[in-house]
Design a protein around this ligand. Structure first.
Ligand code: SIN
Length: 341
């Protein structure tokens, strides 16, 4: 990990913000300024990203670290451990007032949610990203970075959990999802909307997150991760994938079900068999908004399934991994985690 501190004029009492770079399109580069799809993610270093935005020195004293240089589709569990541990270490000192993480958009919602559950500080942690590479005409990364640092430097962001600043909006890590493959306004919080907005140095929150997060959770970041996989249900789905996962020894399976988390009968029987072999099964939905609540009798009580509430399958997997790592077993204990967080 390389570290550096951005140079700037005398900074008085400006907040001290750590910018941790991990790669992504915000650090992407293409041969042509009009190219916004065929580029290489994660090749522009953090110092270059910061140098492109001199205005940052009027908002905060920046301490920069290059934690990784990846396309976030390749995010690894070991890197999650490194990142969460680094955020916790920085925030535990009196030298840092908040953290900004630059990240690829593709798995940003998963990393943000993981940190929302495992960072042990009320200081702001703000993720940001870009849909257009740094080399593009009208690149969105520089303004997103300014806005993320502005939010992290704002007293209003204290105690709000992990946040995502993107296209002038501030989202909670719990709610935010990527909803477009190409649009600059790619991040939304379905059903509940953004927490607030940031524009021209002003930060305004219009609501707060209600569910416990950060220091109020029971979860700590660990070095080992229980193996949890995701399967989808669809027309003609079979039991093949579930049986293969159980044979491979997974500890949990999240189902991206149809509609209200419903599951094709063939696959559902395989999942019931999986529970009887000690595998945790969580029903979520592939729909993209809404929630999946317990169905009373079948299939949840009858088969020992857990429901994901309003978490999408990818976030449900993160919570299931943390809950299993914390020693949670059985559908009652795991359902409590999904109903709490
Ligand atoms: C990535 O997720 O690293 C690439 C895509 C992006 O950042 O938009």
């Amino acid at each position: 990990m390389n570290t550096s501190t951005s140079s700037s004029a005398p900074q008085g009492a400006l907040p001290r913000i750590a910018v941790l770079a991990t790669g992504g399109t915000i650090a992407g580069s293409a041969a042509d300024v009009t190219n916004t799809a065929g580029y290489q993610a994660g090749v522009v270093g953090v110092d270059q990203l910061l140098a492109a935005v001199p205005a940052l020195s009027t908002i905060a004293q920046i301490h920069a670290e290059q934690v990784a240089s990846i396309d976030s589709k390749d995010m690894a569990l070991a890197l999650w451990t490194t990142l969460a541990q680094r955020v916790n270490a920085l925030l535990s000192t009196d030298d840092i007032d908040g953290v900004v993480i630059t990240h690829g958009t593709d798995t940003l919602e998963e990393t943000a949610w993981l940190l929302h559950l495992t960072v042990k500080s009320a200081k702001p942690v703000v993720l940001t990203a870009a849909m257009r590479p740094a080399s593009a005409l009208s690149a969105d990364g520089p303004l997103n970075l300014v806005n993320a640092v502005t939010v992290a430097a704002s007293p209003a962001a204290h105690g709000q959990g992990v946040l995502v600043a993107f296209n002038n909006r501030i989202h909670s890590a719990r709610d935010v999802v990527k909803t477009s493959t190409f649009a600059v306004d790619a991040f939304q919080s379905p059903e509940v909307g953004a927490l607030g907005w940031v524009q021209d140095g002003r930060v305004e929150f219009q609501r707060s997150v209600v569910r416990p997060h950060t220091a109020a959770t029971e979860f700590v970041i660990g070095a080992t991760w229980p193996d949890v996989e995701i399967v989808a249900s669809y027309a003609g789905a079979s039991r093949v994938a579930v049986d293969a996962l159980v044979a491979a020894g997974v500890r949990g399976i999240v189902v991206a079900g149809t509609g209200n988390g419903s599951i094709h009968a063939s696959m559902q029987q395989a999942l019931a068999d999986a529970v009887s072999q000690g595998v945790a099964v969580v029903r979520s939905s592939r729909v993209g908004s809404g929630h999946v609540m317990r169905n009373g009798a079948a299939p949840d009580d009858a088969f020992g399934f857990v429901t994901a509430n309003s978490l999408n399958p990818y976030k449900a997997r993160v919570l299931l991994m943390l809950a299993l790592a914390a020693g949670g077993t059985g559908s009652v204990a795991l359902q409590r985690a999904f109903d709490t967080y």
